[in-house]
Design a protein around this ligand. Structure first.
Ligand SMILES: [Zn+2]
Length: 338
């Protein structure tokens, strides 16, 4: 079998790999129906996150169960399954509290940019659909695994409610699906911050009512102007930089909430600046497993079409081009077909 391995900055190879095998009784082996490149894969690809040894890449996945370990009870060979990028037992106290991304047995999915992958903790991680979904739903079902689940968590953590005014910082796939999520939660006004025409267009299709192209002081001034000088009720931070976090903090009204899901890199926040703004902060790796059943249903019922974030589709063996296109911002998100 061939799979995707990152050797270092800019060096992604599709090369011969061992076939995944059941290593523990709680494992499942799946055959990927589709896979994709994540924005977070670009951190090591760009050298911002060090690569100390070759890494098998890919943590967003859906597909067919090939084989299960002896302890797996909830999924069986032949079923179509979707799982979270965080692998969880779904039984420990943190999982039961709805924070499967803080599971006591937490592991992270890897190796899904390949035809087959091993999913540890299968019972606590995977959800099977009632039947095999039609091919046109596969991209949308794939987004549930990470980018939609993460955008949804951002909106949930930012306490989006019917009638809320929401700002979304970041126009990558997660930010765009944060817009969609805020709309599903009943937000009245959704302001997407974006400078890219194609992303602005998609944000509007997903329910953005306004677009703000300014950043920094000008961006904050623009948000204040649009909210009678107060700021937004809810702000979704979907980048992970200091500049974007401060954009979020300064765009939120006193008592308002920020859901932050961008993975921070070298972002040292000045807590005193945050202190006087009276904002609530909640974020981290999204507990996607909590949202999987509801989000899968929204897709299967045709109520949402998050798969529109894939504006590039490639055969799996051209995965390196997917990384390049996303790195150069020629593509929002690259879908990989085996
Ligand atoms: Zn757990």
């Amino acid at each position: 079998m061939k799979g995707t391995v990152l050797y270092g900055p800019g060096d992604v190879r599709f090369e011969e790999r061992p076939e995944p095998k059941i290593l523990k009784p709680t494992d499942a082996i799946i055959r990927l129906a589709v896979s994709c490149v994540c924005g977070s894969d670009l951190w090591p690809y760009r050298g911002i996150q060090p690569v100390t040894e070759p890494q098998a890449m890919g943590h967003e996945y859906c597909g067919f169960v090939e084989e299960v370990g002896s302890a797996v009870k909830t999924v069986k060979p032949g079923q179509f399954v979707i799982g979270s990028f965080c692998l969880s037992d779904n039984t420990c106290p943190n999982c039961r509290a709805g924070y499967q991304s803080g599971c006591q047995q937490l592991e992270f999915m890897t190796g899904a940019q390949a035809p087959y992958a091993r999913v540890p903790l299968a019972d606590g991680t995977l959800i099977a659909t009632p039947e095999k979904p039609s091919d046109d739903l596969l991209p949308s079902l794939l987004t549930v695994s990470d980018v939609l689940g993460t955008g949804w968590f951002a909106a949930d953590a930012a306490n989006v409610k019917p009638g809320s005014t929401v700002v979304v910082v970041g126009d990558g796939a997660v930010g765009l699906l944060g817009v969609l999520s805020a709309g599903q939660m009943g937000a009245e006004r959704i302001i997407a911050m974006s400078r890219h025409p194609s992303r602005q267009k998609l944000a509007k299709e997903f329910g953005a009512t306004d677009i703000v192209t300014e950043r920094g002081d000008e961006g904050v001034a623009r948000i204040k102007e649009m909210t009678k000088g107060i700021g937004a009720d809810s702000v979704l931070e979907c980048v992970g930089g200091l500049e974007s976090m401060m954009q979020a903090v300064r765009s939120t009204r006193p008592g308002g909430s920020i859901g932050y899901v961008g993975v921070p890199h070298n972002a040292l926040l000045d807590l005193q600046q945050v202190f006087f703004t009276l904002v609530r902060l909640h974020g981290g790796p999204a507990p996607v497993r909590r949202y999987l059943p509801a989000l899968i249903n929204l897709v299967l019922e045709g109520k949402i079409n998050p798969g529109k974030v894939f504006d590039l589709a490639l055969p799996l063996d051209q995965v390196a081009e997917g990384y390049r296109a996303m790195d150069e911002r020629r593509a929002i998100k690259a879908l990989l077909r085996p």
